[in-house]
Design a protein around this ligand. Structure first.
Ligand SMILES: O=C(O)CCC(=O)C(=O)O
Ligand SMILES: [Fe+2]
Length: 342
């Protein structure tokens, strides 16, 4: 089968047994399972909403985003049962018959819909994951032909969940600004009124060769921030810090918040957009739901004036439509941030 593309979704490929060569990573890129646990902070985000400019929680936030680029958000207002329902709906979607799921199949070069990796080059090593990607905000951008109709409560629950995630994100942007002694609307103003939210439901089938194959290859997110609901039981996500991989912890009922490239640019490199990847597992399948907060594609994203000084020179150019740019870089295994760097 040398040189051919594996057809169908990863679920299909997995059910056939053999792992196709297009999924096999070179040795240096393969995953080390026994990585140490990451030490990103757990932050009570209810304590971030006060208008005060200091406080231990705000300090923890700043430190967490400067070092790890991520944190576990607790006390976000959603109950454990509610998050379980979001996870259950995600599993139920991927558990539908292939015939049913194919009704939501994405177009070849489109983001939105159900499918596997978008194949942009012959050299691209494929990710062992199937996804359902939906634009969930603004409402008029929703393309309901991709929204599963025969899962009871899917629309209602995902609508409510993503509305909550939007509010939580905005609260975090304000706290980020305050933690840097800036006006609290500094980040939000730059991202504009026409922001978008994209929801990516990820499914990682069991894989016979977990040592050779990655669920998602190393990348940083092109978003401003990403709010991730992890699988409650199955680990797999890893973050890189100082050139070393760490396993993301599973904190029951926490949302894992990570900085994306656009916050790194706005903060002039103070907050880090962390490189992360997902390992595969031979015993258990895994799900996750990533919600990407995407600035208005028409707005210029650039380091905030107040964060540029003689001791802190400007690190990034102004960029527009960063997500469009970043996708191509990602599939070639490069970091789009390199294009933005001065
Ligand atoms: O599945 C995960 O835990 C993370 C997925 C991810 O990094 C992404 O969708 O960008
Ligand atoms: Fe990611």
């Amino acid at each position: 089968m040398a040189g051919t593309n594996p057809s169908g979704t990863v679920q299909d490929v997995a059910s056939k047994g053999e792992v196709h060569e297009r999924y096999i990573h070179i040795e240096s890129d393969r995953g080390a399972r026994n990585a140490p646990l990451m030490a990103a902070p757990v932050i009570d985000i209810a304590l971030l909403s006060s208008s005060s400019k200091s406080g231990p929680e705000l300090e923890k936030l700043r430190h967490g985003l400067q070092s790890w680029g991520c944190f576990q958000a607790i006390n976000h207002g959603m109950t454990s049962e509610y998050l379980d329902e979001v996870r259950r709906l995600t599993k139920q979607f991927f558990g539908l018959s292939m015939e049913e799921k194919l009704k939501y199949l994405k177009e070849e070069l489109e983001m939105e819909g159900y499918g596997n990796d978008m194949i942009l080059s012959n050299q691209q090593i494929l990710d062992w994951t199937d996804r359902l990607y939906l634009t969930v905000y603004p409402h008029q951008s929703r393309r309901f032909k991709y929204w599963p109709t025969n899962l009871q409560r899917f629309r209602e629950v995902i609508d409510e969940y993503t509305t909550n995630v939007k509010l939580i994100s905005e609260k975090i942007f304000k706290a980020m600004a305050r933690s840097l002694d800036l006006d609290e609307s500094s980040f939000l103003k730059q991202y504009g009124e026409q922001i978008k939210l994209g929801a990516r439901f990820n499914f990682y089938p069991r894989c016979r060769n977990p040592d050779l194959v990655l669920g998602v290859k190393p990348h940083a997110d092109g978003s401003a921030i990403t709010i991730l609901l992890q699988d409650k039981e199955v680990e797999g996500l890893q973050f890189m810090k100082d050139n070393e991989w760490f396993n993301a912890s599973i904190v029951p009922d926490a949302l894992l918040v990570n900085v994306g490239d656009q916050v790194e640019i706005t903060s002039n490199g103070i907050f880090k957009s962390p490189v992360h990847r997902v390992l595969t597992n031979s015993e258990r399948e895994r799900i996750s739901l990533a919600v990407f907060y995407l600035p208005d594609a028409e707005k210029e994203i650039e380091p905030l004036e107040e964060l540029i000084s003689e001791t802190q020179p400007r690190l990034y150019k102004s960029v527009k439509n960063f997500v469009g740019l970043s996708f191509e870089y990602y599939q070639q295994g490069q970091r789009p941030m390199e294009a933005a760097r001065i």
